[in-house]
Design a protein around this ligand. Structure first.
Ligand code: MSP
Length: 677
């Protein structure tokens, strides 16, 4: 049986899932769904990368033990993929025992091949990348060397004893493999990049660390008695084998361009040394920026939470919101290219392609069939359907070719040609005119039957990218058959038993007001002040300035664009300070705000007649239970404002920018309502 085993990178748990992670995972899910529909044995593997210095440091920063951090954040990834309807076959965590065993097996194979030796390492290390770099791979700014990806200074690792992997022995073998297997590294531009890199000569790679211990221990003894942990990339890459087991090798590692070298150079070299087969394809996609900015922790405006976006796009049907998000991300930019997320392009695609083309086709077709089916039972006869029949057949073939070739954007493009052709078919056949002439009942039944068969075809073609939309559509036409990809003559293949039930609008048009509301709900206030945001991507001036903001003690902004990072705008007078009324509050109740990862709804006693309702962006750091009974400091004279439909009557002081690190507080003996100055 043909198979398709696709993997996503395993995500670092120093960060919660954002749009970039969701992009890779949704793309992999769409491809996997397509292959499943083709009857192939299909597996989608994802997971979390939980070891290494970066994770250890992130835990320390949050005051957590690494184990606590990895358990917490890994769960966030599991939940996010579940909420997004991703069909995950195995979620692998590098802290699992089953993984450690496979890493040790690989280590021993490489050792047995004579490719490991002990020596001393010194050089530059980027903790963000978890990678050693030579100066030629870094940028110099003033006196410091900066990582080209993270744009931050790199660390100097001074003389650390380390196990080394003889990667230098594998350069030519890797080049030979790449040449013999043109599909190995895709798209072509990335294949060229790897070839050029390998041709400059591979150096032996340091594959263990002794300066920290959050990792898998090296199984070989060091005669000097030092304990080493395995380099996090060597550990992480093996996840694919841990998850696939006997089914190794993977058909495709889908990755972002930031991690090409690890996958297309290190990983194949490890596997060749261990005498194991290489993955069939490493497919590299580009990076999404958000309104021109790289998604990063220091730029809150770029941190679009996929669940929030889906919730906004499908306020009445979350799964439809997910479909809209998948459609935009997979249609807007070819998988290998970089993409820029803007609300303008999102709304334009939604309105033109989903609300207009697809939404209209579904509602017009079903309304028509519903209205005339008694008069003329839908049944395709011998009448030719000309263009529509031809376009349907070509679309089924071409969309499959594009999905097989990792080009979902091209697949959607051709599928939408069929959607438009079907709309044209209604315009030209004019069933409502045919219906007026009783002698044309056969013709009318044929047109109605053709519309149902076309919907049947489209419901299947869109299923990989728009699974919920497809399911609704199949329900409405009574298509209960297993979801396989259509054959060469789709309109003829559609069952004759299809019928129409009344649809409901899946993609209501987003008018200006709704667009505005979506932007306000998604864009944090920092973005509203960021010069990079185009006017239509900003909340209106009337929108409260701190709407989605974690209620940390954020300084008031100066004029728009004056500063974008949230630092103070300059000294303020004592009078300015006294305008802020700070009081001690006692939290008496706390619940999570539904569908808002960051928000808790608190009831806070300020010693007033009634307790206050306060919405605070601290849910990622504090569970509701931890908050009850706690004293907090509250900005008590902030104008009330609604967040997620809940009135917030104050702001809690919290430390930390994007990530909340702690809350400001006072001792338990200070009565609620006490003024703080
Ligand atoms: N843990 C490593 C991967 C180990 S795989 C053996 C890692 N993790 S990560 O959390 O940083 O996630 C990296 C992946 O997330 C990228 O390769 C890419 O697939 C996805 N993306 C993260 N940000 C992205 C964008 N801004 N745009 C597109 N994809 C992005 O690296």
């Amino acid at each position: 049986m043909k198979h398709f085993y696709i993997t996503t990178p395993i995500y670092y748990v120093n960060d919660v899932p954002h749009l970039g992670h969701a992009y890779t995972t949704m793309a992999a899910d769409a491809l996997a769904r397509f292959h499943r529909m083709r009857g192939e044995e299909t597996l989608l593997i994802t997971g979390t990368d939980e070891h290494g210095q970066k994770v250890e440091e992130a835990a320390k920063k949050r005051g957590l033990a690494p184990r606590a951090l990895v358990d917490q954040v890994s769960q966030r990834f599991v939940e996010t993929w579940k909420a997004l309807g991703i069909e995950v076959d195995d979620f692998i965590r590098t802290t699992e025992a089953r993984h450690q065993k496979v890493v040790h097996d690989l280590w021993r194979r490489i050792e047995a091949a004579g490719d490991l030796y002990l020596a001393t390492y010194e050089g530059w290390y980027c903790v963000g990348c978890e990678a050693f770099y030579t100066e030629s791979q870094l940028d110099k700014e003033g006196d410091t060397w900066h990582c080209q990806i993270h744009k931050r200074p790199v660390d100097w690792v001074a003389k650390e004893r380390s196990w080394f992997f003889r990667m230098s022995s594998y350069g030519q073998k890797l080049l030979d493999h790449i040449e013999k297997h043109p599909h190995f590294i895709q798209p072509e531009a990335y294949r060229k990049e790897v070839v050029a890199f390998v041709k400059t000569g591979l150096r032996d790679l340091s594959v263990s660390r002794t300066s920290f211990d959050w990792g898998i221990p090296v199984p070989s003894p060091d005669p000097q008695g030092l304990s080493h942990v395995i380099y996090v990339w060597m550990d992480a890459l093996v996840n694919y084998m841990s998850a696939l087991g006997d089914r190794w090798p993977a058909t495709c590692h889908l990755i972002g361009k930031d991690i090409l070298r690890f996958h297309a150079v290190y990983w194949p070299c490890f596997l060749m040394s261990a005498g194991l087969p290489l993955p069939r394809t490493i497919f590299t996609h580009g990076w999404w920026t958000v309104r021109g900015e790289k998604i990063s922790k220091s730029m809150p405006a770029t941190r679009i939470a996929p669940l929030d976006l889906a919730g906004q796009l499908g306020p009445h049907d979350f799964e439809i919101g997910v479909d809209a998000m998948r459609y935009y991300l997979l249609r807007e930019t070819p998988l290998g290219n970089d993409g820029d997320f803007t609300f303008e392009s999102l709304f334009a695609r939604y309105n033109a392609d989903l609300a207009n083309d697809l939404g209209n086709l579904i509602s017009r077709s079903l309304t028509m069939v519903g209205k005339f089916a008694e008069q003329a039972p839908p049944r395709r006869g011998v009448l030719p359907d000309g263009e529509l029949e031809r376009v349907a057949a070509v679309t089924v073939r071409d969309a499959a070719t594009h999905l097989e070739g990792y080009a979902p954007s091209r697949a959607l493009e051709v599928i939408w040609q069929l959607v438009r052709e079907a709309n044209r078919y209604i315009d030209t056949t004019q069933p409502w005119v045919i219906a007026r002439d009783v002698t044309r009942a056969g013709e009318l039944g044929h047109v109605l039957g053709t519309l149902l068969a076309t919907l049947w075809t489209i419901a299947r073609l869109i299923a990989p990218v728009l699974p919920a939309t497809s399911r609704h559509l199949r329900d409405w036409i009574g298509d209960e058959a297993p979801l396989h990809w259509p054959g060469d003559a789709p309109l003829a293949e559609a069952p004759a038993t299809l019928r129409a039930s009344a649809p409901r609008p899946l993609f209501p048009r987003l008018d200006d007001k709704r667009q505005h509301a979506i932007v306000s709900a998604i864009v944090p206030p920092e973005a509203a002040a960021a010069p990079a945001a185009p006017p239509s991507a900003r909340p209106a001036p009337s929108a409260p300035s701190a709407s989605a903001a974690p209620p940390s003690a954020r300084p008031e902004r100066g004029p728009e664009g004056a500063e974008s990072k949230g630092g103070p705008s300059g000294p303020i007078t004592f009078e300015d300070f006294t305008k802020v009324e700070l009081r001690v509050g006692l939290v008496t109740a706390a619940v999570k705000v539904p569908k808002a990862d960051k928000l808790l709804h608190l009831t806070v006693d300020l010693g007033e007649a009634a307790p206050r309702s306060i919405v605070a962006g601290i849910a990622e750091r504090f569970a509701p239970d931890e908050m009850v009974g706690r004293r907090v400091l509250v900005v008590a004279n902030l104008a009330p404002r609604k967040m997620r439909g809940i009135e917030s009557q104050g702001m809690i002081l919290a430390a930390g920018d994007d990530t909340i690190l702690g809350l400001a507080g006072v001792g338990d003996d200070v009565p609620p309502g006490t003024r703080v100055r």
